[in-house]
Write a new protein. Structure first.
Length: 136
């Protein structure tokens, strides 16, 4: 259990650690620990994104604030500031060209919506469709 606790507290796991990790635990325990590690990584990422958004919302017009947010976001994405800004601008311009800037998911899906025939109209309404939902 101490090994799992040590690994769970670690933020970075390299390939050799993962190989050692796989050798330490039985498959059932390994999957539970891996699930906890994934949940922790997701929570850390969400917290980082919330921190970026909260700091930007304090004063989005302040040049220092914008520079700090670019620095935080570029660190988060493991990019240089210039590469981060370049990618953000390319994404923005391409969205403007294609007209997908403020489109809903339904509008973006376009002709894919309702393109299948013969199936049930709502899979979530029938319990038999949910029997193995969430199982791996």
């Amino acid at each position: 259990m101490s090994n799992a606790h040590t690994l769970r507290a670690s933020c970075t796991i390299d390939a050799s650690t993962l190989i050692n990790f796989n050798a330490l635990f039985q498959p059932g325990l390994r999957s539970r620990v891996m699930e906890r590690l994934m949940q922790q990584a997701i929570a850390e990422r969400e917290a980082g994104l919330e921190k970026i958004a909260a700091a930007f919302m304090t004063d989005p017009t302040n040049a220092e604030c914008i520079e700090q947010e670019i620095a935080l976001a570029s660190e988060w994405e493991h990019l240089s500031k210039s590469e981060f800004v370049r990618r953000a601008l390319v994404a923005y311009v391409s969205q403007r060209k294609t007209g997908t800037l403020n489109m809903s998911a339904l509008e973006q899906a376009g002709d894919l919506v309702d393109c299948f025939s013969g199936g049930p109209s709502d899979l979530s309404s029938k319990p038999r469709h949910l029997e193995d939902f969430g199982r791996v």
